[in-house]
Design a protein around this ligand. Structure first.
Ligand code: AMP
Length: 570
């Protein structure tokens, strides 16, 4: 590696307590994102904060970590309140808090949103959830009913404040500000800073520290073409495989956010036959150098890296940079894509963006001074013609090396098999490794869900992944104990668990994409006396995963519309 970059701040330097640092490490976070590096010390110091930040910048952890640092778990009372515009975001934030608080025994967080019954919410509030994440309307409902107590609140966060104002929640926000104790510390995050948001900040916050992400300076990016593919999270791996088929990739650096993700993705790519390896901060300097060396020598074609580990990487062969996960800020982006287009060669930078990440895209365009072209996912036809032309090239190259001996062999084969030449070639194709993919139908990748659905639910919510559990009706496996185990050992919330379908010998269950570490944890846990075996069970080509949000008509596992009562949900 050549150019050295200034040392990035570390989580350990920010003043966070050990249980939180351990959680971050187990989640595979390497370094704080820029917004985190600024917000965490500010909030830990007790200051109010006004953050201009969009989804994807790491803002959730930026307020969640200092907030958790201040929670007294032994006090069974609500100590922090987080307001979000939508139910989906409330759930996401609550889940993030749970992940970060994994080493805080007895910690509880509650998401309150409209459209769900009040009774369980009353109970959970009575038990004293430490943190409440709520949509403004539902929260003020609870305030009117007197079911939420504000006496112990010390921390108030407004997430996506501009969205809440746009949705007409100004009065509800006012009511909350009025009700929280005087010395409550406040943080407000907003993707944009319209006058309404400024007014709220001016009226209710104490000299808030303002932070915003500055755009990186564009530098020598002329040799790089930038493209974006809109892909939902759970289709990224398929999209990447497709990309490798249609793009003329010599070598590629793939950027992900966490160490864990770099390992997992490189393993999955290897399993699919690619020469891939991980490059992350957990590797020793020596191993890192080995990976880079193998990439240089063409022994590796794909390196799945985190930002820290790929800093300064200078390998001419890198024709493509893939932002599998978007970076947290534009400076990292500029740094990432600068790994291609080296030594006067041209390079291509592709990024996968989920629908929610669109805003961040504008920031990246601004920082690079270039438009990032939206590219449609390659169709099944494009993939097929890509495969065809690759095979054609292989055949042409091979033809150069054939001579009379090969032709003689063909003559002999025609005679022995008694086949027509076309028949013989077809048979040869059938036994040629790789040619199968040209004969099997290629499925079109599902495009990102339509607008309305995206707004109702995050892309995660709109598409769950199907998993297969060994054991079904014949083993008396029941949905309820299965759900209990998924919740208890898999860290899932009941609401995240989708459709469950029992078969005789196995069971299908729709879940959010589970990390390998979670699958490992679940493996072997007993359900109804049977050791749990669970693995991903991809849908047949062309079939789209079922959304969780109620959307008639539903289909059963075989793809037929269901007309009778909905399948059992535990
Ligand atoms: P947010 O902007 O809060 O929606 O976060 C975007 C994504 O980045 C989430 O998937 C987080 O889990 C992830 N993330 C947040 N902070 C970090 C970090 N420091 N390192 C790696 N991933 C992170």
């Amino acid at each position: 590696m050549s150019d050295t970059a200034p040392a990035a701040p570390q989580f350990a330097d920010l003043g966070l307590p050990a249980p939180l640092l351990e959680a971050l490490n187990s989640l595979g976070y390497e370094t704080p994102s820029p917004i985190q590096a600024e917000a965490i010390p500010t909030l830990l110091a007790g200051e109010d904060l006004l953050g201009l930040a969009q989804t994807g910048t790491g803002k959730t952890a930026a307020f969640s970590l200092p907030l958790l640092a201040g929670i007294d778990v032994s006090l069974r009372a609500t100590q922090a309140l987080i307001l979000t515009p939508t139910r989906e975001l409330a759930l996401q934030v609550a889940e993030a808090l749970q992940r970060y608080a994994q080493n805080m025994r007895g910690f509880s967080v509650l998401a309150l949103y409209g459209g769900s019954p009040f009774a369980p919410q009353f109970k959970a509030l009575e038990r004293g959830a430490h943190v409440v994440v709520a949509t403004p309307g539902r929260l003020t409902d609870h305030m009117r009913r007197g079911s939420i107590k504000f006496d112990n609140i010390r921390f108030l966060v407004l997430d996506e404040a501009d969205e809440m104002l746009k949705m007409g929640f100004a009065d509800d926000l006012e009511a909350v500000f009025e009700k929280v104790p005087e010395h409550t510390q406040k943080a407000l995050f907003s993707a944009t800073m319209p006058a309404g948001v400024r007014t709220v900040a001016r009226n209710h916050m104490r000299e808030p520290k303002e932070i915003r992400l500055h755009s990186g300076k564009s530098s020598s990016l002329d040799t790089i073409t930038q493209k974006v593919w809109e892909v939902a999270n759970h289709h990224k791996l398929d999209a990447m495989t497709r990309l490798l088929e249609v793009e003329p990739v010599e070598a590629m650096i793939v950027f992900v956010r966490t160490k864990t993700a770099s390992l997992e993705l490189s393993e999955r790519l290897e399993a699919r036959g690619f020469a891939a390896a991980a490059l992350n901060g957990d590797l020793s300097q020596q191993l890192r150098e080995q990976v880079v060396d193998r990439l240089k020598r063409g022994l590796l074609d794909i390196v799945v890296a985190t930002d820290v580990a790929a800093r300064g990487l200078d390998v001419e062969r890198i024709s493509h940079v893939l932002n599998y996960d978007l970076p947290h800020d534009s400076e990292s982006y500029v740094h990432r894509i600068g790994r291609t287009g080296r030594a006067g060669r041209s390079g291509t930078a592709i990024l996968f963006a989920t629908p929610r990440e669109r805003r961040l895209l504008h920031l990246l365009e601004k920082a690079t001074g270039q438009k990032i072209e939206q590219q449609a996912l390659p169709t099944a036809d494009a993939v097929r013609s890509g495969r065809l032309s690759k095979l054609a090239t292989r055949l042409q190259t091979a033809a150069e090396g054939t001579g009379s001996l090969h032709q003689q062999l063909v003559e002999e084969l025609l005679q022995v098999t008694n086949m027509e030449p076309l028949e013989l070639v077809a048979a040869l194709l059938a036994i040629l490794p790789g040619a199968k993919t040209l004969i099997e139908p290629v499925a079109d990748l599902p495009v990102a869900p339509p607008r309305r659905e995206r707004e109702m639910g995050d892309d995660r919510d709109a598409g769950l992944v199907r998993y297969k559990v060994q054991g079904g009706r014949s083993n008396n496996l029941m949905p309820k104990p299965l759900v209990d185990v998924l919740v208890k050992h898999g860290g899932l919330r009941r609401q995240q668990i989708g459709h469950i379908k029992m078969f005789t010998e196995h069971t299908g269950v729709y879940l959010p994409q589970l990390d390998q570490s979670v699958l490992n944890k679940l493996a072997g846990v007993e359900v109804n006396g049977v050791a749990l075996q669970i693995r991903e069970w991809p849908l047949p080509p062309g079939e789209v995963e079922r959304p969780r949000s109620p959307r008639p008509p539903r289909k059963d596992f075989a793809g037929k519309p269901r007309t009778s009562k909905p399948a059992r949900r535990a």
